[in-house]
Design a protein around this ligand. Structure first.
Ligand code: AP5
Length: 190
């Protein structure tokens, strides 16, 4: 049976996965569970099978139409999931040719979220987190560009809300205040 569908977004390195994992651990004690689906992983599995990328950070450099095809396949597969689902993805993806909507109409129609969460924090903090994460190939950009991306995400999330009737929630994941972000996420998912 279809349960709640919550979409978690945030610019790369803002810490959305960290916040979600903390929240799910707390909710477990209350008997509330969500199946976590990572949109990038669904796309990457197809892209890897097709031999068009070697790592997940290459996907945002693919031709726009290829990215859109992968998006559609990922959304269709995720829509089959039963129960409460939490989808870890991006409101928009920064490609060499500009911002690509992470949740265009054909993706939203499959997922029909109840809520879209934007995890955010100060641009300087995101920049430092990216620089200290050696496991990923992050785009090289400064605080100004990261701030612009966060602003664009707020604007496009408003459009997603108009299209689906979902609520939009901002959660701040500031340095030294991870607990507060986790508590806010728990209140959305509870
Ligand atoms: P994905 O794998 O989701 O990429 P990502 O956002 O870059 O992944 P994350 O691992 O970034 O970062 P995070 O924000 O979750 O941070 P984390 O918790 O690791 O997607 C990969 C690709 O898939 C995309 O690039 C795109 O090509 C594609 N894709 C996905 N969805 C798509 C869509 N809808 N349409 C089209 N393409 C799509 O934390 C980062 C660091 O910060 C860690 O070191 C952590 O310890 C630290 N940290 C976290 N919180 C705090 C805190 N409060 N204080 C201090 N440090 C903190």
């Amino acid at each position: 049976m279809k349960g709640r569908s919550v979409i978690i977004t945030g610019v790369p390195g803002v810490g959305k996965t960290t916040v979600v994992n903390g929240a799910l651990k707390r909710l477990e004690n209350e008997g509330i569970s969500y199946k976590t689906l990572n949109f990038g992983t669904f796309m990457f599995e197809v892209a890897q099978k097709e031999g068009i990328v070697a790592d997940r950070d290459e996907m945002r450099k693919l031709d726009r139409d290829v990215q859109k095809r992968l998006q559609k396949l990922a959304a269709q597969e995720m829509a089959q999931q039963e129960g409460n689902v939490l989808i870890d993805t991006h409101a928009s993806v920064k490609t060499p040719k500009g911002y690509l909507a992470g949740l265009p109409e054909w993706v939203l129609a499959e997922l029909m979220p109840d809520t879209i969460v934007l995890v955010e924090t100060d641009e300087d903090q995101i920049l430092l987190r990216r620089l200290s994460d050696e496991t990923r190939t992050r785009d090289r950009e400064g605080s100004y560009a990261i701030g612009e991306h966060q602003q664009f995400n707020r604007a496009i999330a408003a459009a997603y809300s108009m299209m689906t009737g979902c609520t939009v929630r901002y959660i701040t994941n500031a340095d030294l205040l991870l607990d507060k972000a986790v508590e806010d996420m728990v209140s959305v998912l509870r």
